[in-house]
Design a protein around this ligand. Structure first.
Ligand code: ATP
Ligand code: MG
Length: 280
């Protein structure tokens, strides 16, 4: 569905995206996981025609993003990292504005589509309140609704749950899963380990403009070792990785300090691959 070859983007002499290759399949929920400044937003902005690349090729549903930009606009929906609502308008008015941008002219078709969207993002009962009065989660759901109006095949979500509390975040995951079950391919960026782990079918770990690993969360964790033993040593906390609990327990039993045995997570994978944490 999305095919990226050797994509590069520079800002002056700073390289934001340093030659990435990536294939995203139809109907995946694909996550770009990485710390601040990794190049996630820059990548998404290029894929969604908001920014121009320096080199490389990008195809979405077989169409080159530069040669077929009009076609690409029909296929994709975008929810940017920062608020893109007019907060002086109601939820419904924001949707009407968006419908006009997509040349949805027939008033009756537009009204029905907007009602459908309001139901889907669970905002029907607040549709006629000014969006300024919405909670953070409601504003995000409205932005998703706006991106869905023209029935895109691929949805780009840049940090869809940043700043939301854990319960609201889980509701957002459910919404993303429902869209995906309806056949939509989703590419999202996140710096939340759990979000990448639980929501995404595959994850690319991004650091300093490069993709350092791409796989299912399960296989990424298996590569470092599924079980971790953490214990104190003279130089501080150390982690050792094992393929199973028995091996980990055997190692922990031989230590003369207390140890914690736990399942490996994507944070461990990130540290192993980059030497730093995702959220410093
Ligand atoms: N318009 C710009 N002008 C100059 N430099 C930029 C611009 N946009 C991004 N950058 C730089 O490109 C790099 C990647 O930034 P980007 O916003 O893509 O990171 P990110 O992974 O989305 O980070 P975050 O998690 O903070 O959103 C950073 O070093 C950033 O300073
Ligand atoms: Mg970003």
């Amino acid at each position: 569905m999305i095919s990226i070859e050797n994509l590069t983007k520079r800002f002056g002499d700073r390289i934001a995206v340093a030659g990435i290759d990536l294939e995203i399949k139809d109907s995946e929920i694909f996550g770009l996981l990485g710390p601040n400044g990794a190049g996630k937003t820059t990548t998404v902005r290029i894929l969604t025609l908001l920014s121009q690349k320096n080199s490389g090729t990008v195809k979405i549903a077989g169409f080159d993003i530069e040669k077929n930009s009009e076609k690409i606009k029909d296929i994709i929906g975008v929810v940017p990292q920062h608020m893109s609502l007019d907060q002086d308008l109601t939820g419904r008015e924001n949707l009407i504005l968006q419908a006009r941008l997509h040349h949805l002219k027939d008033k009756e078709v537009m009204r029905r589509r907007i009602d459908e969207i309001l139901d889907f993002v669970e905002l029907a009962d607040r549709a006629d309140d000014k969006s300024r009065k919405y909670s953070g989660g409601m504003k995000r759901r409205l932005m998703i609704g706006m991106a869905l109006l023209h029935k895109p095949k691929v949805l780009f979500l840049d940090e869809p749950t940043v700043g939301l509390d854990p319960q609201v975040r889980r509701k957002m995951w459910d919404l993303i899963r429902r869209m995906n079950e309806d056949g939509m391919t989703v590419l999202l960026t996140t710096h939340y380990i759990e979000e990448a782990d639980q929501l995404c079918s595959r994850v690319a770990i991004m650091n300093k403009g490069r993709l350092v690993a791409t796989d299912t969360p399960q296989r990424l964790k298996e590569k470092v070792g599924r079980v971790v033993v953490e214990h104190m040593e003279a130089e501080g906390m150390t982690s050792k990785f094992f393929d199973n609990r028995d091996l980990a327990a055997g190692y922990a039993a031989g230590l003369d300090t207390n140890a914690v045995i736990r399942e490996a997570n994507l944070e461990d994978v990130f540290i192993e691959l980059t030497g730093r944490r995702v959220n410093d």
